[in-house]
Design a protein around this ligand. Structure first.
Ligand SMILES: Cc1cc2nc3c(=O)[nH]c(=O)nc-3n(C[C@H](O)[C@H](O)[C@H](O)COP(=O)(O)OP(=O)(O)OC[C@H]3O[C@@H](n4cnc5c(N)ncnc54)[C@H](O)[C@@H]3O)c2cc1C
Ligand code: FES
Length: 294
């Protein structure tokens, strides 16, 4: 029997970031903090990994945030409340390591501001003192602030342009806290690869064990294709089945950056031609519907 992945709620909460709530009782029942799903917007679309931000087993819904980057994220965000996604597979990946560590520091940037919520909630429920630092280029790009505040003991905001909170990035606030004498027993970061690398570099001198939610390119999401291969501490790991949380102090970041850029040219070309096709299709439809002479 085919499933209906209906969009219950969809909202562009800040420019380019869209919140989705989908009816998916099966995943809502099984999901654990840090896991992800593979989503296809339509039948001919690509499967893309997205992090589960929240889920409600009673209502049977899951929540995730989409940052529009290329074709597949664009396909997703053109869907509306009431539409259905073509497919969702999950929950996938290992749950984040959550236990009573003591003082936990979490950092989220771009889509990670949405995704880090499940980690903060689980860490808090496990009895930790939870400190969250969020980052964005500018204050107007920050979202999920009240949700994160509700599951953290301390919440700090950083912006690259200084328009809100501290001017700088997650690692700057982290450094400030450590210099002021704060001790952290565990760190976890979610966001773009550069941010994950910078944050891992920041926790290394202070010997804070650090998990990072790696976002390698994925295809099957089940450890079969090898697309998401990374090197961690000299060993080959597959982000989809061994992660997404892996040890930030041991990741071979140079290799990850190279692998992530492999399809950059093709992605840019296909994004542009897809956008052009969409426009042409739209114009064609408009012409036909307006009783034109074709
Ligand atoms: C475990 C995991 C969790 C993620 N969670 C989220 C999330 O919650 N919200 C969100 O907005 N994004 C998330 N991402 C990133 C998201 O999957 C990519 O942004 C998306 O696949 C880009 O597809 P595109 O066609 O729109 O862009 P493209 O133009 O195809 O790609 C833009 C960039 O996204 C990366 N990318 C492309 N294809 C993939 C792929 N199949 N898998 C992973 N990365 C890819 C590449 O680095 C590429 O340069 C996650 C990625 C991983 C691996
Ligand atoms: S996505 Fe294929 S091995 Fe991980």
């Amino acid at each position: 029997m085919s499933r209906d992945y209906k969009i219950i709620e969809k909202e562009e909460i800040v420019p380019n970031v869209h919140k989705f709530v989908i009816r998916e009782p099966r995943i809502a029942k099984k999901a654990r903090a840090g896991q992800f799903i593979l989503v296809m917007a339509h039948e001919k679309g690509e499967r893309i990994p997205l992090t589960l931000s929240d889920w409600d087993p009673v209502e049977g819904t899951i929540t995730f945030y989409v940052l529009e980057l290329g074709i597949s994220t664009m396909d997703l965000i053109t869907l509306d409340k009431g539409d259905s996604l073509y497919s969702i597979a999950g929950p996938l990946g290992q749950p984040a390591k959550v236990e009573k560590f003591g003082n936990v520091i979490l950092g989220g940037g771009c889509f990670g501001i949405g995704g880090i919520y499940s980690i903060a909630k689980a860490m808090k429920a496990a009895g930790n003192h939870v400190t969250v630092i969020m980052e964005a280029r500018s204050y107007y790009l920050l979202y999920n602030i009240e949700n994160l505040r509700s599951v953290s003991d301390e919440l700090y905001i950083t912006t690259s342009d200084g328009s809100g909170g501290i001017k700088g990035h997650v690692q700057k606030k982290l450094d400030e806290l450590v210099i002021a004498g704060r001790k952290f027993d565990r760190a976890y970061f979610m966001g773009c690869t550069f941010m994950l690398m910078q944050c891992s570099k920041a926790t290394l001198p202070h010997s804070i064990p650090t998990g990072v939610a790696l976002n390698a390119i994925m295809l099957d999401g089940t450890g079969m294709c090898g697309c998401c291969r990374v090197t961690v501490g000299g060993q080959t790991k597959f982000v989809c089945v061994d992660g997404p949380e892996l040890d930030g102090h041991l990741v071979d970041w140079d290799e990850l950056f190279i692998r992530k850029q492999i399809y950059r040219e093709e992605e840019a070309v296909s994004y542009q031609s897809h956008a052009c096709r969409s426009t042409t299709g739209y114009e064609h439809e408009m012409k036909n519907n307006s009783g034109g002479d074709s």
